[in-house]
Design a protein around this ligand. Sequence first.
Ligand code: M6R
Length: 605
Amino acid sequence: MCGIVAAVAERNVVPVLIEGLKRLEYRGYDSAGLALLNPTLTRLRSVGRVAELETQAKDQVAHHGIAHTRWATHGVPSERNAHPHVSGDLAVVHNGIIENYAELKAELIAAGFGFTSDTDTEVIAHLIRRTLHEVPDLTAAVQTAVTRLTGAYAIAVIREWEDRIVVARHGAPLLLGVAADGVYAASDAAALLQVTRQMIYLEDGDVAELTRGGVKIVGAGGTPVERPGVESALSADAVELGSYAHYMQKEIFEQPQALAATLELIGGAQTLSPNLFGAAAPELFDGVEAVLILACGTSFHAGLVARYWIEQLAGIPVSVEIASEYRYRASVPNPRQLVVAISQSGETADTLASVRHARNQGMPRTLALCNVPESAIVRECALRFLTRAGPEIGVASTKAFTTQLAALFLLALTLAKQAGRLAPPEEALYLASLRHLPVAVQKVLALAPSIAAWAPRFADKQHAIFLGRGLHYPIALEGALKLKEISYIHAEGYPAGELKHGPLALVDKEMPVVSIAPNDALLEKLKSNLKEVAARGGEMYVFADADSSVTEESGVHVLRLPEHYGLLSPVLHVVPLQLLAYQVALVKGTDVDKPRNLAKSVTVE
Ligand code: M6R
């Protein structure tokens, strides 16, 4: 989604703005731009990569600037729609969506303002300039103008001859970086590590005035507030590509370390304590009689796996809801329900809104399962578990997913223990299995060359089907999502037993069918489903376990995972599917890390 970088400093801020935008490229964008003060405005914009903007800006020098990567919402990707948007002597960059923009636009047109773009952002620029007629101070004008906005925004504003930048946020991420030579702002800490580690996270409703001398913040109530400074723990190396060709590749291969780092949270414990999820967890888990999981995309698939685990181990009913659907559904609230929000970024607008909706429905027992500390969803929930996958840059989520699974398994064990359904020896065995996961995943990664050999057979196909049963049905969904996301091949995941109820009609020799065939109780049933495919001439690609009795024959290709892993098997079986999607995208030559039309952090509805 859109990314913002802003800087007011003693140094020339142009290289900082450009480097910051490059660090935000992973969020997804289609155009970029910046505005500098010298002391009048210079605006540069381009469609396409930040590198293009960098070329345009190479001779610029300034001490105040705002910069932006745009992911189109209102209006096509084009230079005229790229940010910053200018109104007279001021310029604005914006992340989010202004829901009442049409009404404001009509009002501003009636007041004589002319529009040069199709964006909702230009409305903000004109609204601030109009407010300046009555409230001549820039910071106060921004404070007043934002009260007219409905929706989500993070904005940064500069004005000719002003020695300050004004920023504001509501529902979209924005943080400040404080350095010895000035103050910076960005959508994400990764953009500011080049200049400082001292961050201040703004709260919803905050408006901040940044000058070379420091920061003044006014809260939603209109009075000055202090927000705590936080030293970012993010390592600059963690966002470097190193020797890998793509971030997605790096992140797939980082999964053993990501899992090990996440499991460090339990150390060598032989028994789990609810405190792992926060100091209030013993009280909030007490008497939980149902679990509601809210998430989107890959995080939703992690929730689907968790349903099997929690219901089997803890005997507690679980519902898993796509966040964007749940928030608009007339559901039946249960105050004794634990609400679990799963999100890699912690900024997904739909997931955030769904948690707020659940709480407003009288369900205060909320747990965030996130990969980004200080993110909005983490701050919104009463309890938290932070996965330690490290920054995930590739749009296709990989290491975030497997670490979410590890965290959800810990949750299932904790709830099972609380329900009196987990004996100490069994708990110790599950914990040992979890701790062995990094080694087990490492062994699966060794299949990469064999999977690469399969990839060309998918690259010229239009469609693919992924089959799984039980615990591995969500893994089939995840495999299909990975393939469609980065290779643009239409793919669907099905529970294998459902095939004959419709999708079998699609199967012919042009339809690759990928099956997850672990050696579990459903293997024989899955084999019958595979026979149904074989009888229709479908080409099958089977990921079996070492001891699964599935044999290679004409039209049936089999790769074996080194060991069967019981309940934790989904963590292993998703890895070859990630590799398959990656390899197919390589053959097709798509933009693996920044697939078309997608954004990493979906901060709009
Ligand atoms: O940051 P989140 O986990 O909340 O993101 C949710 C989805 O947008 C995300 O998982 C998306 O589906 C990924 N691109 C999938 O690879």
